[in-house]
Structures are given as C-alpha cells and as structure tokens.
Write a protein that binds this ligand. Structure first.
Ligand SMILES: *Cc1c(COP(=O)(O)O)cnc(C)c1O
Length: 447
C-alpha cells in the first residue's frame, strides 16, 4: 500500500476556491462601528492592499494564484497526503485514515499558505512594512518568512505569555529577519494603557491585534496582516483541500468525513471548503470542525456581530463569538485561543453544512503522542485536536471501513515544552468557562 501520495508539480493547484458564491444565504457585510453601516472599502484600504480587499468580497468562484506566489509555494508544495497506516493498525480499525501534511512548510504550519500571498499583494501595492500579532508564534514565523521573500520588513506583537514560554519561536522570527516585541508593549496606546493597570499582564490575542493595528495606522507605508478569520485568509488556505482532492482521487478514495481544528477557522476552511460543492450536490460527506472545550466559539458561543479585537478597532463581523473581551484559559494550543470564528466558517455552521465538536486538551495530547509514536510526526498541540477527533471517528465502530481525512495543520517541534509538561502531569483540563462567557457576551455591540 502506498504510504505517501505525492502530487506531481505539473498537477499543482493554480487557482484558489472562493466559497462565498456557494454559501446558502450568503454572508452579512462587515459593519463600521461608527455608524453601524456596511464598512466603506476606502476605510479598509488604510490597512489592506487592493489585491486582498478584492478577494475579501469577490463573487468569483476561482481566483488565480500569482506566478510569484506559486514559485515560493514550490519550496514545500504540493504537500504530501499520507495514509496513517501505522495509526490505523494501532487502533485496530478498518477505517482508512489520511492526513494532509502542512507541517512541511518553512514555518512548520499551514499559515505560510496565506502569509506568502499577503506579502505579495502588499508588495504589489508599494507597501514597505507589515505589522501583525502572533499568539503561539506560528503566524509571526510565517509572516516573517514571507515578508523577507518580498523585501518587506515585519513587526510582530507577540502575546506576552508565549513570548516568555516560546523563545524558539522568537528565534525563528529573528532568523527570518523580523522584529518581535512582547504584547502588551509600551509602543502603542492600547499596550501602554494595559501596562499602566497591570504591568504583569500576560496579554491576549485580542490585545495584540489592537497593538498591531495601532502600529500600522501610525506608521508610513505600513499595513496590517491577519493570519486567520478573514475571507481572503480562508481563500488562500483552500490550496490544502484542493490538493487533497486530487491526491484522494489518485489514491482511489473519497472521504466520508473531513476534519480540521478551529482557531480562527482558516485551516479548517482550507481543508473542508473545497468539498462543499460536492456536498451541496448531494454527496454524502461530513465536514467536522474541532475546537478546544476551553474556548468553544461555535459550540457555546452566540452568532452575533462582534469585534475582532479587544479595543474594538476592527469592523464588526457576524460570527460565532464568546465576546471580544473573553480571555480564554491558557491552554497549550495557543493557536486555538481566539474568541471568534471566521464569518465563512460561522455561516457554514449556521447553514448546518458543517458539524462541530469540542474536546479537552488532555485527551488531545494523548492522541498526539499516539500519533507521534505510530506515524513519526510530533504534531502541534492545535493539530492534536484534529487527530483526537479522527481517532474518535475511527474507533466508534472498528469494523466500519469509513474513510477519514484530517488536516495536519502543523508540527510541534517548537512546542516540546508543552509535551514535557503533559508527561510531568502538569497540565489539566479547563472546564467550559460558562460564567466568563456569559459575562463577555453581555458586552457584544448593539447593531
Ligand atoms: C494557527 C494554527 C491553527 C489554527 O488555525 P486557524 O486557521 O486560525 O483555525 C491550527 N494549527 C496550527 C498548527 C496553527 O498554527
């Protein structure tokens, strides 16, 4: 049996799939908090280049991937599709488990699929610097790599708790030539205000987004870049699912269920959206998003207009949210600690086209360790959520020969400290923080 299914370079994916025209009942527009009206594109033009803004609202189903972007993708794409034969055997299941390996990218996760086109379109628009935030450090690493490929400089606001816990992520960003500061920092009004109140603040993704936005609007020739949530990011990630579709066909298989973990939603959208047209045509295929039980935006959040950041500087988007001032517990899957879910994934959940499952971190680490021992890849803690869900699917009925596809969103080689903590028994599950969520959802904007 073939272990790796390699897509030849000649058969590479050269267009992204835009799901917007296929979402039943569509998306509601982002609103300007100043007047509760759909945001004027000029306003977004202050921080995003025209190429990305066009994609954010495009009605076109297929969008060409620029040649320059394809050239850089060739460093690691097409990425392998792998049959997890050893995991199947260890589970004693008749199910076939496939995974798409996004851990082979320069930064070690799927995020480089969007950082490269984002840097490209900013370069096209004559921008010289990008400012961004990073939680666990994966997006910061991905953007650091991409910016220097196009001769841009990169300023990263890294959530303080990760800045202290993950020195090697910081080192990676430095190696790619970026500047990194701990957030909250004393460089922006939001950072200064938070530090004045609490000099020891551990920071959050919401705070870091506010700081990066403030940095972008107060510096010349500087734009802002976001690593998930937005429509153009979900679009860029569809290269994962589009390649996987070709590779599953090469393997002579078709998935019964497609699984991805959900932080802001882009990697799940990337593996899942390309199968949606089949599903809409009546094909029997399940699309399953997995979120952490401690930050259950879809399973326990509300569908509402909310801000993407703590300081309410982003437009309001309709999404499943726990409230923009909800600060999730400090689980180790830092990339899944975001209060909202991308409007695209939220709309698919609203239309009941996808399913959602919330899992606790200990069972996910356990799954990740079994995967490491059997398949030889130590997965990122975020990815462990998808692996755990795949194992649940494969073991529900060991005799059911179903076909499972999940996205291996990243490797965990810079997350080994959390594996050590798991083995030392220092990690615990966080109960679903019902009170904190109830409190935060009381602060949703009125529109
Ligand atoms: C960021 C990240 C995620 C979450 O991705 P979203 O697109 O925001 O849902 C998952 N896995 C890894 C390895 C990540 O770095």
């Amino acid at each position: 049996m073939r272990k790796q299914i390699i897509l030849p370079y000649e058969d590479r994916v050269t267009q992204w799939y835009n799901v917007l025209p296929d979402i039943p009942n569509g998306l509601l527009p982002p609103l300007d908090p100043e007047n509760n009206q759909p945001i004027a594109p000029e306003k977004l033009g202050a921080i995003f280049p025209p190429g990305l803004l066009e994609q954010e609202m495009s009605p076109e189903r297929w969008i060409d991937i620029p040649e320059e972007v394809q050239e850089i993708f060739a460093i690691w794409r097409p990425s392998p599709l792998v049959r997890a034969t050893f995991l199947e055997k260890a589970l004693g299941t008749k199910a076939k488990i496939y995974f798409k390996h996004e851990g082979v990218s320069p930064s070690g996760s799927h995020k480089t699929n969007s950082s490269v086109p984002q840097a490209y379109y900013n370069k096209q628009a004559g921008i010289k610097n990008l400012a961004t935030e990073t939680g666990a450090g994966q997006w910061g690493s991905a953007l650091s790599f991409a910016t220097q490929k196009f001769g841009l400089s990169c300023m990263v606001y890294m959530v303080k708790v990760s800045f202290d816990q993950k020195p090697y992520r910081k080192a990676m960003m430095h190696a790619f030539g970026a500047e990194v500061v701990a957030s909250p920092s004393n460089l922006t009004p939001t950072g200064q205000a938070i530090l004045a109140k609490d000099p020891e603040s551990p920071g959050s993704l919401g705070i870091a987004i506010s700081e990066a936005l403030e940095h972008a609007v107060s510096h010349d020739s500087t734009n802002y870049a976001l690593g998930s949530v937005l429509n153009h990011v979900c679009l860029h990630q569809t290269i994962i699912g589009l390649e996987a579709k070709k590779q599953m066909a090469m393997a002579g298989d078709y998935p019964d269920v497609v699984i991805g973990c959900c932080g802001g939603g882009s990697n799940f959208a990337g593996i899942a959206n390309p199968w949606l047209p089949d599903k809409l045509e009546g094909r029997n295929i399940r699309l399953l998003g997995v979120e952490p039980a401690s930050c259950p935006s879809m399973s326990k959040g509300v569908l509402a207009y909310d801000f993407g950041d703590l300081s309410k500087r982003t437009p309001m988007m309709q999404m499943y949210t726990l409230g923009h001032d909800f600060i999730p517990p400090g689980i180790h899957a830092g990339g899944l600690r975001y209060h909202g879910m991308s409007p695209i994934v939220s709309a698919l959940y609203r239309e009941k086209l996808i399913e959602v499952q919330a899992l606790h971190q200990l069972e996910c680490f356990e799954a990740g360790i079994l995967f490491a021992k059997t398949e030889g890849i130590i997965p990122a803690p975020e990815t462990c959520h998808a692996i755990r869900a795949a194992i649940i699917e494969a073991t529900r009925d060991l005799n059911d020969p179903k076909t499972i596809l999940f996205n291996l969103s990243g490797h965990g080689l810079l997350d080994l400290a959390s594996y050590e903590q798991y083995h030392a028994g220092e990690l615990s599950n966080y109960e679903y923080p019902a009170e904190a969520i109830a409190e935060a959802t009381r602060h949703l904007p009125k529109v």
